[in-house]
Design a protein around this ligand. Structure first.
Ligand code: CAA
Length: 699
């Protein structure tokens, strides 16, 4: 069936795009739109045109799948120019989301009518590119320079009402969109075309200082990214140049973005996030259980944060604590979080009360008996978890899903204390649980497919990206963190200063350096864990100096002293002479001759350790795809999205190079920590990548 069709409605031509699922601008759509414009121009019975879409949305953008091969003619900039140049008025009828190239098509129309529920946006920056079909030139002309900078640099979806206020839409309707657009088109016949590209911008307001101030305002958020600066330059061009020259500038700029590795990495992340829900043995036909009520055990920071996710989407939550005082405290923290959002204007006072109204606090397990999903978020020891699950097993109704929020304990062992191990799985939220997007869904040996499927859907419903992991210590994320942290620490013992290691990793793009992260988490946590472990099971060279810090009272940020010093009330790390002295003593004690390290050496050690562990996880089947690991690291561990996650980064280095370097580390430092992952060896020797491996997996 043709993806673009024309229906004559009297003297109005209704051009309908039908390219499921999101009406992306694939070649057939571009060609169809171009042909439709020609046909409408040539048809004397037609006086105006409406462009509308079938299905769930207006055009949601270019077809991202075509980016890898490069689109064939007609290209989108030519098609939008053809629409704008039409001599008969063209009206866009927008429902769902008009995004990227879709909005550029709408902007090239002479008028725009939208459903009140519609949203518009130019999200290209999130894919490492820019609106390259005139979006950077037309959007500032119609919506104003400030609004264009906001929309194009954030890539956010703008609600129809706001877009109307900006002048980017002409009319909003509650329903009957196509009829309303046809009526609008009839009214526009006498007015004729109104071309966005012909609109003027008063350039006097937008001097160099204006753009420099804007650059400064987004510098933190766009650190390390290539495309944002290109977007700003294009908007500057829109202000300073006539349309034709501005469009040429935009063309050159998008070309630079397309060949930049960041655009490949960000597009990889786009598809990776959509792959995660494809699970072997789970399909549309797999039954789902209904989650109408959720129970959370533990009203601490984690439990309260987890509970908020459900209340936020209207699901009632029963929050259980052992003592009333702890429960009251937990509920007060939840309220404070909501009130903070209200103070920032993100919620109304009414919303706060509505969400709090969904909370039911209790100190009795019996009150969990009507919950469909119960998540425990109690202290992280196996004994306590087992006690909690034994109690849960006694009260939970048949068919309830029982989940542990453990970050590293064995879910099979926890499930075994219940009479219903098929209903048990891990749901590992990341702190702060109401903010962080990542959710590790841990599939235990006995977890039933419908339990897993329900939780995968649930993750999406509460706005998380849920990645399925297998049962192994630390699952995907924390298991990989361990060798990464080990190498960071060893770099310090071998000669780098803590601040040099952090600066190297921050420079690589990590949200924070690994030693700053340790201070934030609390050095005493690892210290206490190690006390229960055999010293032969971990790298003492990397941990003994941490132990000395903890033993001298330096437990991290919470006490104002850890790897770094902190001024009273400040979170800014400051190098500590006391810590440096301890490090130097430890190096001497271990007989290590301290030598300076370059940032590249530090990055290589930390990243290759991360990648090698990722490859082991993949080879053992603890993650279904390399891209799932990338999603975990980008969404839960501050890995720079523009590098596409550790496994994509490894592909960009070339697996042969990665493998050879790891082998050379094994020679230099011994094989104990640097034994190459068997899968890495196999792929490197076959000249393949992790992306090649993923192609052979489900989905
Ligand atoms: N190209 C190709 N496929 C796309 C796509 C696109 N632009 N947008 C969505 N899809 C696919 C998804 O991969 C997914 O496929 P599967 O079902 O096979 O996994 C399917 O459409 C549905 O997508 P979602 O699961 O994301 O559905 P949703 O309802 O949650 O969200 C959406 C819908 C808001 C449109 C969201 O898909 C989205 O944000 N898409 C990307 C929009 C975008 O970035 N557009 C700009 C593209 S770049 C551009 O346009 C620039 C240019 O001109 C050069």
């Amino acid at each position: 069936m043709a993806t673009v069709s024309i229906e004559n409605r009297g003297n109005i031509a209704l051009v309908l795009v039908d390219n499921p699922p999101v009406n992306a601008l694939s070649h057939s759509v571009r060609e169809g739109l171009s042909n439709a414009m020609k046909a409408c121009s040539n048809d004397d019975t037609i006086d105006a045109v409406v462009i509308a879409c079938q299905g769930r949305t207006f055009i949601a953008g270019a077809d991202i799948k075509e980016f890898a091969t490069g689109p064939k003619a007609p290209h989108l900039p030519e098609v939008v120019q053809e629409i704008e140049d039409m001599q008969k008025p063209v009206v866009a009828a927008i429902h769902g989301t008009a995004l990227g190239g879709g909005l550029e098509v709408a902007l090239s129309c002479h008028y725009r009518v939208a459903l009140e529920s519609a949203k518009i946006g130019l999200p290209e920056v999130k894919l490492g590119i820019l609106p390259g079909a005139g979006g950077t030139q037309r959007f500032p002309r119609i919506a104003g320079v400030e609004n264009a900078l906001d929309a194009i640099l954030s890539g956010r979806h703008v609600k129809a009402k706001q877009a109307l206020g900006w002048g980017a839409l002409d009319e909003l309707v509650a329903d009957d969109l196509v009829e309303a657009a046809i009526a609008f088109a009839k009214g526009a016949i006498s007015k004729g075309p109104r071309r966005t590209g012909a609109m003027e911008i008063d350039s006097s307001k937008y001097d160099q200082a204006f753009f420099d101030a804007f650059r400064k305002s987004i510098a933190r958020r766009t650190r390390g990214y290539f495309a944002p600066e290109k977007c700003i330059q294009c908007i500057e061009a829109a202000v300073r140049l006539p349309l034709k020259e501005g469009l040429a500038f935009e063309r050159a700029a998008i070309g630079e973005c397309f060949v930049h590795p960041q655009s490949r990495a960000l597009q990889h992340m786009f598809f990776a996030e959509r792959q995660v829900s494809r699970i072997p043995g789970i399909g549309k036909e797999t039954p789902r259980r209904e989650i109408k009520k959720v129970g959370i055990i533990g009203a601490g920071t984690m439990g309260g944060g987890i509970a908020m996710n459900f209340a936020n989407v209207g699901i009632p939550v029963t929050l259980l604590e052992i003592e009333q005082a702890a429960l009251d405290k937990g509920l007060a923290v939840v309220r404070k979080n909501y009130e903070r959002s209200a103070a920032k204007g993100k919620l109304s006072g009414d919303d706060v009360e509505k969400r709090m109204g969904l909370f039911n606090g209790t100190v009795s397990y019996d009150d969990l008996s009507d919950c469909d999903l119960i998540i425990e978020a109690v202290f992280e020891t196996m004994d306590i978890k087992k006690k909690v699950f034994t109690s849960l097993d006694a009260v939970a109704k048949d068919g309830a899903i029982l989940a542990s929020n453990t970050s590293y304990l064995n879910i099979d062992e926890i499930a075994a204390v219940t009479k219903r191990p098929t209903d048990v799985l891990g749901l590992h939220f990341f702190s702060p649980a109401n903010v962080m997007r990542l959710l590790e869904i841990v599939r235990a040996d006995a977890t039933a497919p419908d339990v897993l499927a329900t939780c995968v859907d649930m993750a999406k419903a509460i706005g998380k990206v849920g990645v399925v992991a297998g049962v192994c210590p630390g699952f995907i994320g924390n298991r990989m963190l361990s060798p990464y942290g080990r190498e960071a620490s060893l770099c310090v013992i071998e000669g780098a200063k803590p601040e040099e290691v952090d600066a190297a990793m921050y420079g690589f793009g990590m949200a924070m350096g690994p030693l700053t992260v340790s201070d934030m988490a609390g050095l005493d946590i690892g210290y206490l864990n190690r006390k229960g472990m055999d010293r032969a099971s971990y790298e003492t060279k990397a941990t003994d100096w941490y132990d000395r810090l903890v033993e001298s009272g330096r437990k991290g940020l919470k006490v104002g002293a850890g790897v770094y010093d902190y001024d009273e009330g400040s979170r800014t790390p400051k190098p500590s002479a006391e810590v440096m002295a301890i490090i130097e003593e430890e190096s001497a004690r271990l007989g290590v001759e301290r030598k300076p390290k370059t940032a590249d050496e530090i990055i290589e050690r930390c990243m290759l350790a991360l990648i090698n562990e990722g490859a082991k996880i993949l080879g053992e089947g603890m993650a279904y795809r390399a891209s799932d690991i990338d999603v975990v690291y980008v969404n839960g561990y501050g890995f720079p999205p523009y590098r596409g996650g550790p496994m994509h980064y490894a592909d960009s280095l070339g697996l042969k190079n990665v493998y050879e370097k790891i082998c050379s580390f094994a020679d230099e430092f011994g094989p104990r920590w640097w034994e190459p992952a068997p899968l890495l060896k196999e792929l490197a020797e076959a000249g393949q990548s992790f992306a090649d491996y993923d192609k052979k997996q489900v989905g």
